[in-house]
Design a protein around this ligand. Structure first.
Ligand code: AMP
Length: 398
């Protein structure tokens, strides 16, 4: 019998989950999976640590399976999966903790109410993140739940890095740069000493290049700047998000094209980025495999923006000792890593082509002034660790 921690990551059309078992001081992944296609073509799949399928279910297309029903299915599955193991807590990924939530926190009705006030800061993510917390609190009030925030890790940013050049009153009201993907960067910072002690104590830029994408400047393992700002639409172009956009474009679209806030929201979150530029796909693999010039343009723009942001973050750090690639594209695409490194030659980056092709982890040449790494991220493990720590010695003795 082991103590078990479930990690939930609830989005607009999917709920992802991971089940960890406490083995001494370690947390070992036991099973992970998701229900995706909520409200359209729901499908549940769960896989063991070895990748072998443990359970699967598809609902007929058009089934209006929503978040609550999906959560129930998930909990039923986990109940049978747990057998003799004891569920001691649930950790949740929550996109926005603003200034109030600087670290993971145990959830109760008051904390949920406080987090609901942040919905306007992340309208596309926050409501879905909070829904399972509320549902579980009602169904199992004794079950400890911990919220872990994508913004918390960046609260070490100096004031100046969090500031927009807006009137002070807006800054005081919370209109500032928060930064996101913090759980991914925190994980990378936590394992970097095992790979490269010098980078861990020095100046590193981590690139989280997934469907969402951002970059973070780490000084001695602490976040000092990042490319995302008030919302997770800032910075790099992403699968479907614009990244940084002159705010004047939005005024133009509203005044001259008659677009309202919702139409602009759709444009900048869902219809832009790799998808918008290529007109083909938001998926980097598809674009890399295409010989359509529009796919090439989307990749060129993506790499160009990374090149510019890398210079900016190196400037914020006052130099650069290491680069770390992570997330779907960062971990799996030698082609994108090679382009980014080639563009960063001026910073002292020299790639080892063979190591890059093999996936690393170290992919820089022996003489490279800047070390380059490809390191898999693990936000779920970070959440499980936080959850175990917060619910504490009481619930999760290993
Ligand atoms: P994530 O959000 O971290 O799951 O990352 C998703 C992105 O990673 C998508 O754009 C995928 O196309 C991309 N990706 C995954 N594997 C590869 C690969 N082998 N080569 C290029 N891109 C990849």
């Amino acid at each position: 019998m082991a103590d078990a921690i479930v990690v939930l990551n609830a989005g607009s059309s999917s709920i992802k989950f991971s089940l960890f078992l406490a083995r001494g001081a370690e947390l070992a992944l036991d099973v992970r999976g998701q229900i995706e296609g909520l409200y359209t073509a729901p499908r549940f799949v769960a896989k063991g640590r070895d990748g072998a399928q443990r359970s699967e279910k598809s609902w007929p297309p058009g089934t209006k399976l929503g978040h609550d029903a999906a959560l129930r299915h998930l909990l039923d599955f986990l109940q049978t999966e747990l057998a003799d193991d004891r569920l001691v807590g649930v950790g949740h990924r929550v996109v926005h903790g603003a200034l109030d939530f600087r670290e993971p926190v145990r959830m109760d009705a008051a904390a949920i109410a406080q987090l609901e006030k942040l919905v306007p800061l992340a309208p596309l993510h926050q409501p879905h993140n909070l829904a399972p917390i509320r549902a579980l609190l009602a169904a199992a009030p004794e079950l400890p739940q911990v919220a872990c925030f994508d913004t918390s890790f960046h609260r070490t940013n100096p004031e100046i890095a969090q500031r927009f050049a807006l009137p002070a009153e807006l800054h005081e009201a919370g209109v500032r740069r928060y930064g996101f993907h913090g759980l991914s960067y925190e994980y990378i910072a936590s394992v970097l000493p095992q790979y490269d002690a010098e980078a861990a104590s020095g100046r590193t830029v981590a690139l989280h290049l997934g469907n969402g994408a951002s970059m973070c400047a780490l000084a001695g393992g602490r976040s000092v700047a990042s490319t995302m700002g008030f919302t997770a639409v800032d910075g790099l172009p992403m699968g479907t998000r614009t990244g940084a956009l002159d705010p004047g474009v939005i005024l133009y679209l509203m005044d001259e094209r008659g677009m309202d806030a919702r139409a602009v929201e759709r444009l900048i979150y869902n219809e832009s980025g790799l998808l918008g530029v290529s007109g083909i796909s938001s998926d980097m693999r598809t674009l890399l495999g295409s010989d359509d010039p529009r796919a090439q343009l989307a990749i060129d723009l993506y790499c160009y923006r990374i090149r510019r942001e890398l210079g900016s973050l190196a400037a914020a750090l006052g130099g650069l000792d290491a680069i770390v690639f992570t997330a779907g594209i960062g971990e799996n695409s030698p082609a994108i890593r090679a382009r980014v490194c080639r563009d960063a030659a001026w910073l002292g980056v020299e790639l080892d082509a063979a190591a890059n092709a093999q996936g690393g982890p170290r992919i820089s040449a022996a003489g490279s002034r800047v070390a380059v790494w490809s390191i898999p991220t693990n936000e779920e493990l970070m959440i499980a660790r936080h959850t175990r720590r917060v619910i504490g010695k009481a619930g999760a003795r290993g």
